[in-house]
Every structure is written in structure tokens, then in C-alpha cells.
Design a binder for this molecule. Sequence first.
Ligand code: FAD
Length: 330
Amino acid sequence: MAQHGNETTGGGARAATPLSFELFPPRTDAAAIALGRTIDRLVDVDPAFISVTFGAGGSSRDRSLTVLRYILEQTDVEPMAHLTCVGSSHAEANDLVRRFLDAGIRSFLALRGDLPDGADPDAPLGDLGTAAELVQLIHRVQQEREPFQEVEVPGNPGASRIRERARDTRVAVATFPNGHPRSRDLDQDVDILLAKEAAGANLAITQLFWVADDYLTFVERARTGGVTIPILPGIMPTTSPARLARLTELTGVQAPAEFAIALEIEPDATGRTDIGIAFATDLAAEVLAGGAPGLHLYTYNRHEAVLDVVDRLGLAPNPQTTNERNVTRR
Ligand code: FAD
């Protein structure tokens, strides 16, 4: 599995710039079939992982797990499970983590999650109030499942050492270059990211953003504040004004007016696709030039736009590698 870090370029046949994608669990059988095809196409560019979102309050738990299992069993790409803890008791959160580990999942995006729309924002959040606590819980449950074992040291009778774990658990967390809607200021976002790292997070993935400098300045601020884990930029190619408006509403992050207007006034769907993909490609190129350790692309369960961005950036592995992988894939 490719590592994420400014110094890391991935190994073997992996693309030099680590790529990853986000999907959400489908709601219908038809959507599930379409998603299978999407995953097969995404796998062709050799992503470091594919993450699958988790509905607030666990509403999508089984559907998320089905998609994660498909990735685990039908591809050689690492599946990453988003998990949320808001509203859960300790026992429920423990059980949830155990269930995903039992299914073979070893990469997580630990999130607090949000209370349902209309809930009292000051209502109790459950036993785990922050994502940092979920990060700790994931590591603890993993350690309980795989207790340390001692093995003999060859050539040294009587001596023993602790057996190395087969594979470390990757625990990623969310971070917000433009500030979480409920945070006081960006310093608080950095402090919260630092707390997540102290709890054991080894990767951060950003909320989507529209201006490269917002990401780059936030990373600089985080480094000054003591954050050392890789901070992966999250980018969503957006090709419709309706979706752009919805994303602005959901995240509170405003897109540049020229981009919003260009999408709005373009009458032709192909023209809008071009505008959205060109914008995302430029944004990705700028953050990569500024030192981003890879790209995390929000797919909206479609492969076309994200793969177009990957292609325009020249990050797709060569076709021969792709064909070989198709033949040898499990
Ligand atoms: P936290 O980091 O725990 O905290 C969020 C905010 O709470 C902070 O910014 C701060 O305002 C406050 N806070 C936290 N700790 C403290 C503290 N110690 N002191 C004071 N204030 C504090 N949601 C889903 O339901 N499902 C998903 O699959 C999902 N995937 C996501 C993927 C990404 C990449 C991102 C960026 C977000 C995702 N979300 C998802 C949304 C996320 O759950 C919400 O943004 C939620 O409000 C915050 O989650 P968090 O893990 O960042 O929480």
C-alpha cells in the first residue's frame, strides 16, 4: 500500500502521486451495479485506497460494509471505512469497530459525525464526543483483537521478542482548511487536528476546498502548530451549478465567484463538464506543486470526472501496467 507523506512517492507500479477516492454506499440495486462498474474503473489507476462514507447514526452501516467487502475481495486496493461515533455509547462504538475489523477492514476514517438535522446542537453527543476518542478506540480494539505474541529469537535459545504485527491499522481523520463550521477560528482547527494526531491518527484528509492557497496555508499553519501527519487534499470535480450550490450549503465553503458564474451561464452540459474538470485539474495541479502528498478525489459515485482529472494531470499509470493489473487482479 502506498504511504502518504511529502517525502513519499509510493512504490512498485503505484502512480508516483498517490491517489485515493471517496464513494458513498448505494441505496438501490441498480445503483449498486453501477457502483461496481465505477469501482472497477477507479481501480485501474491504482489508487492507494478507496474510502466509503458512513451514514449519520450508522444508517448505512451494512450497505457501507457491502461496498468495502467488494473492494477488499474483488480488487487489490485498500478499502477505507468511514466510521462516525456521534450518538453512540462506548459499547456500541466498540461493537461497530470490531464488526469492521472482523470483516477484514484495516483502514478507517474516524469521524465524529453530525447530529440529525433539526437536533438540538447542544444535545449530548453520546459517550464519544470527538473523532479523537474514536481514533483511540479503533487502536484499542485492534490491539485487543491482536494481542502481542512472543516468538523465539533464532540462534539465541531462551530469548524471545515481540512478534511484529502483520499490518498496521491506518486511522485517518478529517480536517478543515477553511475551518469547521462550528470552530472558533483556524487555530482551533489546528489544535483539534493535533489532538487527533496525538490520539493516534496517521493521516488527515481535508474537507473539499476551492482555492489552493486555503489548503497550502492551512498545511503551513498545521506544521507550525506541530502537526506532522500527511494532510491529503480533498478535491471534488464539480460540473453542475446545482451541485455546487448544494456543496456550498453543506460545507459552508464558498467557491470563487468566477467559477460559479461560469458554470451557471454555460448552457451546454458538455461545456459545464469541461469547466468543472478544468477547474479541478488546475486546483489539483496547484496543491501538488505546493507539496501536497497526494490527491483524494470525491467521486460522487461516478468515475468519469475524477478519471478525467487524473488523466489531464498525467497521473494515470501507463495502459500496459493497467492491462497487466487487470489480468492478475484477484
Ligand atoms: P471532530 O474533529 O471531533 O470535531 C468537529 C468540531 O467539533 C471541531 O471543529 C470543533 O468545532 C468541535 N470540537 C472537537 N473537539 C473539540 C474540543 N476538544 N474542544 C472544543 N471543540 C471541539 N460525516 C458522516 O456522517 N459520514 C461520513 O462518512 C463523513 N465523511 C467525511 C469525510 C471527510 C473527509 C470530511 C472532511 C467530513 C466527513 N463527514 C462525514 C462530516 C463530519 O462528520 C462532520 O464535519 C462533523 O461535524 C465533524 O466531524 P470530525 O470528525 O471532524 O469531528
